[in-house]
Design a binder for this molecule. Sequence first.
Ligand SMILES: [Zn+2]
Ligand SMILES: [Zn+2]
Length: 371
Amino acid sequence: MAPKIAKTAKPVEFKYPRVNDCKFKFGAHVSVSGGVSKAIHNAMDIGANSFAMFLKSPRKWVSPEIPDAEAKKFQDLCKEFGYNPRTDILPHGSYFINLANPDKEKEEKAYGSFVDDLKRCEKLNIGLYNFHPGSSLDGDHKEALAQLAKNINKAIAETEFVKIVIENMAGHGNLIGSNLQDIRDVIDMVDNKERVGVCVDTCHTFAAGYDISTVELFNDFWKQFETIIGWDYLSAIHLNDSKAPLGANRDLHQKLGLGFLGLECFRIIANSEKLQNIPIILETPIEKGEEDTLYGEEIKLLEWLQQKEVDDEEFISKQTQLSNKGAKERAEHLKKFETKTKKAATKAEKDAAKRKKGSLDSLMAKKQKTE
Ligand SMILES: [Zn+2]
Ligand SMILES: [Zn+2]
């Protein structure tokens, strides 16, 4: 009889090697399909030093609780693979949470889901939670900001430690947080300022009209950020290129280097000391067949961009290659944007003419009456 050979546990192999001493916490939004603890392997697989995830189905109001065993597994794996859940993980809130909704019933429902998310964070020992600040819809914008702050205060009182991180928005409709002042106004009304932070999404920033595509413009934006909000509040970055042009107010993420921001913006970020040590999370769109490669490749690209100068030959060649890849989509979106802008201008002209005619008519009517 052949001797029994003891089975030794094979070390798990990950597709993209993680650079543990990277100064930047480059990471991505990872799947939790099969349980929240799956996030850690998914993050390791792409060589991430930080990651984002959903705490429950982002499109459902109610989800089953995270089982205790699963929460423990999550924390054990974090320890095993060296992710500090207080600083390296940035869960993303459900998209439909609108704490600023003027409809009281809807506001309450949103608040319930929000606080539930925060409690899930704390069960997993997670220190940061990112969410979209919502919209004033047809209500008064100032009142909406106050309502949002009131709900943040209430949620802070109901939880222990998780920091509530407000994301800036791309600016369509009555969205809150499309300009930095909105976010400042909300923070001003939050009582415990240690428990509130800001996440800057590069795509949203650009779509909202802040150009950050060159060193000068990038620095200008951060100067504004420093003056209006303050560095201490910066808690994370969402890293996306933009399919739509500057000021288009469209939230359309693109892969790094293919959009209107271009690779230069990401070279600048990968060399910005001030952005070290906070989660920098990719949310770029994954096409079919790229599920296992896109984020791993983009993290490697970001690591490669460190210490690259703007006139570096290899950088310029990579920049051109990616820009060419995105050219067709950029042209399509530019055309759409131009058509929309033209339409809006024609409408504004017509409205002005109508108003002018209206006041002329009433003037004539008045005149006729007095005659
Ligand atoms: Zn984002
Ligand atoms: Zn977005």
